[in-house]
Design a protein. Structure first.
Length: 394
């Protein structure tokens, strides 16, 4: 009898996590169902002594409710973060991107020149776009800088090149009261953009280097009014990627570039040294399609947009990209300037390709002499003041 009393006392003791008496009694009875007499008492005693007691249901309910509240708060925080991110993205898109309008955007004569003056200061359209023979043969216009910012020291080579090329702007462009231009970059953002038809509708379509058109017409269009290039970036088969009337505009970075174009157009002995990559040795073009870009545009792009010194040590030689140069040219030639396919991946995104047509990454830009971060800031300034508008994300 004393032992049975002790067992009942132990059963009646409640731990902090035990259930109320009536709940525990119900659990004990159900656990000893079918046992009678001393067996039942022993069974009840052994169950209460050796088995953990049932947890308290009200406390478990409280913990469960707390968990749900915590999850609900986390979900709310996530919703707010997503909303904030989207709202920021909307503002970003509004500033640096605009959708293709169904109708042509109004074009106002001199608009690009007026807005670009905020960037270039004493901005003038008096400068010729392409170099002319008369300016060097008859007048001997002196140049303060060497290539790529001037022609100092390269005059003799340049004279021979200008004697076999042209400098005129096609009458179809010259006669326009308001010139609508688009500069098509080579960026990855053009892939699957479906901008081809919209690009073809511009009066002037400016392309860069050896960027292909064939096979990508749906995204980049098929019209090419001008193509800026230098010897190492010249396409080996220019007739495939350009139109019959495309102006092929040479951007000379060094005197050897003039030597290369002269040997190509005059069918002289080809030069093979002095290039970081072998340029075409056979280049099937009509000399009357070739133009020599005025180094003035390289100068103001470097000075006004990138704050680069004109006199640099030979081992440094920082310079604008062909893309930034093309935008500078467009702001000088056109009344309305749009861009597409500009912008590089983030520096940490090393696997993202930088071009729409080949699988090279930002690593390829190392040692190129281009500061892509500084150029991105320059283009953003243009977008902010409305000098240019963007057809793709930047």
């Amino acid at each position: 009898m004393e032992e049975a009393g002790q067992i009942r006392e132990e059963i009646s003791v409640q731990t902090p996590f035990s259930c109320p008496n009536r709940v525990r009694r119900k659990c004990s009875l159900s656990g000893t169902a079918g046992l009678t007499g001393q067996e039942g008492q022993v069974a009840r005693g052994s169950r209460d002594d050796s088995s953990p007691q049932e947890p308290c249901y009200p406390l478990r309910n409280m913990i469960s409710k707390s968990r749900w509240k915590l999850l609900a708060m986390l979900a709310l925080v996530l919703v707010v973060m997503v909303w904030y991110s989207i709202s920021r993205e909307d503002r970003y898109i509004e500033l640096f991107y605009f959708p293709i309008p169904e109708k042509k955007e109004p074009c106002f004569q001199g608009e690009a020149e007026r807005k670009a003056s905020k960037l270039f200061g004493n901005y003038s359209r008096d400068q010729p776009i392409f170099l002319q023979l008369k300016d060097y043969f008859w007048v001997k216009t002196p140049s303060a800088y060497e290539l790529p910012y001037g022609t100092k020291g390269s005059e003799d080579l340049l004279l021979r090149v200008l004697a076999i090329t042209s400098y005129s702007i096609p009458e179809s462009i010259q006669s326009l009261k308001c010139r609508r231009c688009v500069v098509v970059g080579n960026g990855h953002r053009l892939r699957n953009s479906s901008l081809g038809d919209a690009i073809n509708k511009y009066d002037v379509v400016i392309r860069l280097n050896n960027a292909p058109v064939a096979g990508y017409e749906g995204d980049v269009g098929s019209k090419t009014t001008m193509r800026l290039f230098y010897p190492e970036s010249a396409h080996f088969n220019p007739k495939v990627e350009n139109n019959p009337d495309t102006l092929l505009v040479l951007v000379a970075f060094k005197a050897m570039d003039f030597h290369w174009i002269e040997t190509i157009l005059s069918d002289k002995k080809r030069v093979r040294k002095g290039f970081w990559k072998q340029p075409p040795l056979i280049w099937d073009v009509n000399p009357r399609q070739v133009r020599i870009l005025n180094p003035f545009f390289m100068e103001i792009a470097a000075d006004k947009l990138l704050s680069l010194p004109m006199q640099q040590p030979r081992k440094i030689k920082q310079k604008p990209t062909t893309g930034l140069l093309a935008i500078t040219l467009a702001l000088h030639l056109c009344d309305l300037v749009h861009i597409a396919g500009f912008g590089y991946p983030d520096a940490h995104n090393r696997k993202q390709t930088i071009h729409y047509y080949e699988q090279i990454t930002l690593k390829s830009m190392a040692g190129s002499g281009h500061n892509v971060s500084q150029e991105a800031l320059a283009i953003k300034r243009m977008l902010e003041i409305g000098a240019v508008k963007n057809l793709t994300f930047f």
